[in-house]
Design a protein around this ligand. Structure first.
Ligand code: HEM
Length: 131
């Protein structure tokens, strides 16, 4: 049925898909997101999404969400931004983050799409060096 198809699409997506609640707690993580950050899905669910980023964002991220909930003004929602992620190994890598707010019947959640740009960056650098 349709729900199974949708689930398969999310499970096979190349980009990472992470949903959080309004406190930043990860509620769902697709296999690509787990692979990109080097965790098992089960290790990520229930943890704060700030687990996946270096300082200063690590310490500030709860405040970013709180400010958005207070003001309705997002810096990334609807635009996207290049940010630095932190893998389980501690290695930092660049990715393009897009965020959508999802107002469900009983609560609000956020969906984050994680598009790894490590290779793109390397190619850009090589091009610049060759100029
Ligand atoms: C806001 C960083 C992952 C949800 C922000 C901001 C930054 C940031 C810099 C805006 C700060 C400002 O006000 O200028 C990061 C980094 C991530 C990450 C480095 C690396 C893992 C995520 C993910 C989600 C998410 C995966 C959702 C599933 C939000 C929300 C806001 C926010 C809801 C507030 C709304 C907005 O500013 O657009 N984050 N974030 N973040 N982030 Fe993240």
């Amino acid at each position: 049925d349709n729900q199974t198809r949708l689930k398969t699409i999310i499970e096979t997506a190349v980009d990472g898909i992470i949903t959080i609640d309004t406190r930043g707690i990860m509620e769902s993580v697709n296999p690509a997101a787990a692979r990109i950050f080097g965790y098992d899905t089960a290790e990520m669910i229930g943890q704060n999404v700030s687990l996946l980023m270096p300082e200063p964002d690590h310490s500030l991220h709860d405040g970013y969400i709180a400010r958005y909930m207070r003001t309705g003004e997002g810096q990334i929602i609807g635009k996207g931004r290049e940010v630095l992620g932190k893998k389980k190994t501690g290695k930092l890598f660049p990715f393009f983050l897009s965020i959508a707010e999802v107002k469900l019947q009983d609560k609000t959640i956020f969906t984050g799409i994680v598009h790894d740009i490590t290779d793109l960056k390397k190619t850009e650098e090589r091009l610049r060096e060759s100029e």
